[in-house]
Design a protein around this ligand. Structure first.
Ligand code: PLP
Ligand code: ZN
Length: 421
């Protein structure tokens, strides 16, 4: 294993590889996993192994024991689809969708869960806990079931039923907390300390970012070893965004890529803590401020895109760093536009996104409207969760089926557009 320690995202204080905590003991900041990049560069001159059809093929750049990377379910290696008709609707010539809905539990969260669970097994943990808006919990439950580990999941009581049904089906202990995601997060922290559980909660556990970064590696490979111009990322806690940014930084550090993409942050305007913070810093003229003195905003989140509804982002500082260091945009969109984006994406690509994931398309439309993108830029939207995860919200935007009697006449009576071929 080439991991060689940790470094605080806020104050940059290093920790050794055997440090057992998750937060910086000096300032309480999140930790970033560090590697011996010079050694890894020698290992990966010819790229990554091709005999393994999941994200553990990137083991040289992961905090896992390389000899031990077989995994019972296929996580990662998801398709990057060209989306010409969706792109053309706005004059964009090189639009791609990274379809992470085809992961085992139907969201991008499986990337983080897989790496964290490998880590949990390395240290002999038997019970893994998590606070989640729903997807990360169902993901942990799914992969823990495959590995024979116990999962304890804390969700807000309003979590979409499909996500709850998944977690319960996979046999997790599920606590629906009377409160919001932030209440569930704090309770999971306390309970994990009290009962000695390995806490996978997003951002707080430094290995979640390591799992998410594999999405960048796959985009790089799918594009033939090149970076796109920008990646649009649906953002709540900021861990997916910080992971994608780290993935490109890793590729650059080991000499596999010489330019990195802009990472654009897509949020609901009813849950915009990270965009607000990045804008405030950018407006002050700073692109590389003293990170130890940056305080990430808190909001009262109320978006119906539940996966990105977050008051206090748990990987906010790392996400703000990713946006500013990459030169990405901060885009906040109203919920109506997020919901409308679901069928727009589905009808021109065949990819079915949950509201959070469709926010990327809504954000892209706004960026084009504001002349933030050139027509020939290579753009990737991260489709991070399946539309089947939140049918109640999807149905608000797709209309109703035509209810008819079982007869040809009833079809004819339903209107001329239906039968014209
Ligand atoms: C489908 C989906 N998209 C995007 C996100 C946002 O990821 P993050 O909270 O790391 O910003 C999540 C997180 O739950 C998610 O489930
Ligand atoms: Zn620190």
């Amino acid at each position: 294993m080439r991991m060689n320690g940790y470094r605080c995202i806020a104050c940059a204080t290093p920790q050794t590889v055997d440090f057992a905590g998750f937060l910086c003991p000096d300032c309480g900041g999140n930790l970033d996993v560090t590697y011996d990049y010079a050694a890894i560069a020698k290992d990966v001159t010819a790229g990554f192994r091709d005999d393994q059809n999941d994200l553990f093929r990137y083991a040289p750049l992961l905090p896992v024991r390389e000899a031990d990377t077989a995994f019972p379910l296929r996580v990662g290696r998801t398709p990057l689809y060209a989306a010409p008709r969706l792109g053309e609707s706005l004059g964009l010539r090189n639009l791609y969708l990274k379809d992470d809905t085809v992961n085992p539990s139907a969201s991008t969260k499986d990337r983080a869960s897989a790496v964290v669970l490998r880590r949990a097994m390395d240290i002999g943990a038997k019970v893994v806990s998590i606070a989640s808006t729903g997807n990360a919990g169902s993901s942990l439950a799914c992969l823990a079931a495959a590995l024979g580990l116990r999962a304890v999941v804390f969700v807000p009581e309003t979590a979409p039923t499909a996500k709850l049904a998944q977690a319960l089906s996979f046999g997790a202990t599920v606590f629906a907390v009377r409160g919001n995601y932030d209440d569930a997060f704090d309770l999971c922290l306390d309970a994990s300390k009290e009962f000695g559980w390995f806490n996978r909660s997003t951002g707080y556990n430094p290995f979640t970012r390591e799992g998410k970064k594999t999405c960048a590696f796959e985009i790089w490979e799918s594009l033939g070893g090149r970076a796109p111009d920008r990646i649009v990322v649906p953002t709540g806690d900021g861990n997916l965004l910080s992971g994608l940014w780290k993935g490109w930084c890793d590729l650059q550090a080991v000499g596999l890529v010489d330019r990195v993409p802009k990472i654009d942050c897509a949020q609901s305007d009813a849950s915009a803590a990270i965009c607000n913070t990045a804008r405030r810093i950018r407006d002050s003229g700073a692109t590389d401020p003293d990170w130890s003195s940056v305080v990430v905003d808190e909001v009262r989140a109320s978006t119906s895109a539940d996966s990105i509804s977050v008051d206090r982002p748990r990987d906010g500082l790392a996400a703000v760093q990713g946006i500013l260091q990459s030169g990405g945009e901060t885009v906040t969109v109203p919920d109506e536009e997020i919901l409308a984006a679901i069928p727009e994406m589905a009808r021109t690509t065949g990819v079915f996104a949950e509201p959070a994931a469709a926010a990327t398309w809504a954000a892209l439309k706004q960026m084009l409207g504001n002349d933030k993108i050139e027509a020939d830029e290579v753009v990737v939207c991260i489709v991070s969760g399946s539309g089947l995860k939140d049918i109640a919200n999807v149905r608000k935007t797709v209309g109703e089926p035509l209810l008819i009697d079982p007869s040809i006449d009833a079809i004819k009576a339903s209107g001329p557009t239906v039968i014209s071929s």
